[in-house]
Design a protein around this ligand. Sequence first.
Ligand SMILES: Cc1ncc(COP(=O)(O)O)c(C=O)c1O
Length: 482
Amino acid sequence: MENIKIPILNMLKDHQGKNPLSLHVPGHKDGDVIHPLTPTGLREAMSWDMTELTGLDDLHNPEEGIMEAEILLSSLYQTDKSYLLVNGSTVGNLAMILGIVQPGDTVLVQKNCHKSIMNGLALASAKPIFLHPELDCEGVEIGLTDSAIEEYLQKYPETKAVILTYPNYYGMGMELEGIIKAAHHLKIPVLVDEAHGAHFAAGDPFPPSALSKGADLVVHSAHKTLPAMTMGSYLHIQGELVSAEQVERYLRILQSSSPSYPIMLSLDLARAYLEGYCEKDKSYLCEQLQSLKSYLSGHKQLAIYESSKADWHDPLKLLICQKGNVSGYELQARLEDVGIYPELSTERFVLLVLPLLKEGQGSFIEKLINRLELMKWDGETKPFSETGSFKESGISNESKHTELALSYEEMEKLNVKRLDLSHSIGEIAAESIIPYPPGIPIIQRGERITDEMVSACFRLMRNKVKIQGGSCLKDGQIEVFA
Ligand SMILES: Cc1ncc(COP(=O)(O)O)c(C=O)c1O
């Protein structure tokens, strides 16, 4: 533990040790000039909120502590180069796509991807072919198979990149090795949004990491499963198929010119945390998770859901459901009544994101079980009225892929009109409709609207799911191209 270096921490401490008087930005002057109601914790955090001063390096041109932190990150993940990101995996996805994909390039994209991938494709003016993921028996969208990728690489020999999301939001994934080999055989790079898998580098019992399977560019939301602050993420590059220069150029363009030092510090600490994650920690975590699973398996009302289709399940993601015909939305409300705040709910499940505990680290799971014990089960439950399975990226059963009906350039030139959602089938969407979380568009700007998409939208609205986009959805309307 003592041998693990944390250069950004040292750099900031050295600066604090100089008893500096701040005559620079930010305006809170190291937490001295603040609103009287500023909470103590925030004031303390402000004393770490510095800027590119002498000795504090520069994220956009790292030569000192930040460079050291990035080298340590790269050596932990065994990459050619790794980067600290202060604008989330969102900026990582945008930069990796813009750095690799040229206007008009054909790219194969897993359809159940986050909106940041869709936005990256639009900014790059790509020609995406969206491949429909494998579904399990509950309609959960998992990942792509080798054979699907092989088939589409043959169909679209002009493909310039393959873009995958691994694992899905629920920590499930399909085997990546065959997919990556098939693409690499044709010298096509594979870009992976592994936002939910920053901890996979710890090895078994976690799923194999995309980097270990040879992915060329990988993005991690360190803040999702490692102890990093919100927006703290990593981007990694390896291999001969991609050049770091273009990706770096886009990181410089897209990231703030005043990157947050608290976020960078937390990223360095999160890397050190993972670096020190040892076998004893894994055994402790597994014990803790097992005690939770044993508790749930004996529970009269709750059950764990594990997909039979996925090759991998991340043990930090637990999907639970209430027995009987009860929706995940209702279960989430019941959990919140006893102070348990899950990541999200779907029609069938609630998703719990569990912590990457180290040996002896408190009684997190015990606290969770104690709160579950407080739940009252005698009240009335509303039977869930929806039938059939819900597909979160609005895919149709009839086809294995979707293409946009218009190129991104064509979309820019067209006028837009509003239509009743129920009359929009067959029209081309001029806006994306995105339930959040998970942030996977159910209707995407430029897609021809299908029956399935419209019913999925109505279904989300009936269940009062939070939706981004859809400027006139509250009036039952959608913007389409005129
Ligand atoms: C799969 C996936 N990719 C990317 C993102 C964007 O990550 P961030 O919030 O770090 O920008 C998310 C966010 O939920 C996500 O689920």
